[in-house]
Design a binder for this molecule. Structure first.
Ligand SMILES: [Zn+2]
Length: 432
């Protein structure tokens, strides 16, 4: 099923040509209307008309989150505020949030991109979609909301939070598809168990998850516990929110909406392109955005290209699920660790739950990492031997899989704080 088949299955040569034309017009617009980009063109003595191939984009410097913050709130807008019909912002966990504006055309395109993702994830107008992302300044709720309505899906804007109420809605409204963060999806599965709700009595079929990195093992767990087909989708609030890329039912990589975005994968340290198929940081250039175009925006998300053609027929390049963030990746005694790797290990150990928190401390200049791991419901705390056995198993697996040792602390089921949105996986108390 396709939403815009002619565009999603476009012949590659034709697509490249379309990207180039759109890139040229974007560069022209930003060099006229956004002082930051105009100055960059001036400093490099470049003219937007000099860009004759897509690779020429590498002549321009990257745009970073800091650039956006420095021009808070409207400094990077390419249209007058009068033309802007929507403002959204990032969650702003550190410092000032970033503000992103949308024109009427931007919203129309965003809506179509989200409709594409939902369609690729299996939805059609017969579906009832429960949107358990926060509505508000965060882009998750509203982005998918309009896409789903355009697709003709029946939308339940339940927003985030109140898991028991979410499940009651799921039962009563006969929800067929759920969209939220994967960690919240798992929280809903736990809540169902607490409430004694048998998943087979529900009408759920599809789950569309995004907004935080998750693992293949977590997909399996979500699919099994919620009795759904789970797909991954990608968005980042500084660029668009959901709708940038999404998986089809093959579940082997996320198709990037390449008629709207030009993507690069670069080495996070050097900024050079990585060999095709290698892991690097995703860099995005918008090709159709009017109010808030971005040129070579460093997303901080690590991924790689998925080679080959997809059996679904879409020609748009696939990216691998996000492997982690350049900024929530942490370095422990010289080893780079992604929280998702820890999660992968926990999911493979019986008795351990993928609910965890990593505490990083520094003791006498030595890094110490402790993983707090929830144990499953059935775990018997009175059996000392069992406790020790599980603890050692988790410790051993972590150290063999990740190449660095962790202290492990088993904690009771549901004792770690559950976020309503993105889970907080790492607490870094080290001072550098
Ligand atoms: Zn596909």
């Amino acid at each position: 099923m396709f939403w815009e088949q002619d565009l999603e299955c476009m012949e590659r040569g034709e697509l490249k040509q379309l990207q180039l034309e759109r890139l040229q017009s974007t560069l022209n617009r930003v060099s006229r209307n956004v002082p930051l980009y105009r100055n960059r063109f001036d400093e490099l003595a470049l003219d937007p008309d000099d860009f004759l191939s897509l690779d020429d984009v590498r002549r321009l410097p990257f745009t970073t989150k800091e650039d956006i913050r420095e021009h808070y709130p409207y400094g990077l807008f390419a249209v007058p505020l009068r033309e802007v019909v929507r403002l959204q912002s990032s969650s702003g966990t550190t410092g000032k949030p970033t503000v992103v504006g949308y024109t009427k055309n931007d919203l129309g395109k965003w809506t179509d991109m989200c409709a594409r993702i939902l369609c690729a994830g299996g939805l059609c107008r017969d579906d009832v979609l429960q949107i358990a992302y926060a509505y508000g300044l965060f882009t998750g709720g509203f982005g998918l909301h309009y896409g789903a309505e355009r697709l003709g899906v029946s939308v339940i804007p339940s927003s985030s939070g109140n898991a028991r109420r979410q499940i009651m809605i799921m039962q009563d409204y006969r929800t067929t598809a759920l969209t939220c963060t994967p960690s919240y999806g798992l929280h809903l599965a736990d809540t169902m168990m607490d409430m004694g709700v048998n998943v087979n009595t529900l009408t759920l079929k599809f789950g569309l998850f995004g907004a935080e990195p998750w693992s293949e093992a977590m997909r399996e767990e979500l699919q099994e516990r919620l009795n759904i087909v789970a797909t991954d989708n990608y968005g980042i609030s500084e660029v668009l929110g959901p709708g940038i890329a999404g998986e089809c039912l093959e579940r082997n990589g996320l198709h990037m909406n390449e008629d709207h975005f030009f993507l690069e994968i670069v080495d996070p340290d050097s900024g050079d392109p990585v060999p095709e198929g290698d892991i690097g940081e995703l860099v995005l250039t918008s090709l159709t955005k009017e109010a808030f175009p971005v040129i070579r925006f460093r997303t901080g998300d690590l991924t790689r290209l998925v080679p080959g053609d997809c059996p679904c027929g879409r020609t748009h390049q696939r990216i691998h699920r996000v492997l982690g963030r350049t900024d929530d990746m942490f370095t422990l005694r010289g080893i780079n660790v992604f929280p998702s790797q820890v999660e992968q290990v926990l999911l493979a150990v019986e008795g351990a739950e993928p609910h965890y928190q990593i505490l990083l401390e520094r003791d006498n200049h030595l890094d110490k990492a402790t993983v707090h791991v929830e144990v499953s419901d059935q775990f018997n705390w009175d059996q000392l031997g069992k406790h020790q056995e599980l603890l050692e198993l988790v410790q051993k697996r972590l150290s063999s899989e990740l190449g660095v040792s962790f202290a492990v602390k088993l904690v009771e089921n549901k004792s770690l704080e559950r976020g309503e949105g993105k889970a907080k996986r790492v607490i870094d108390k080290r001072s550098f």
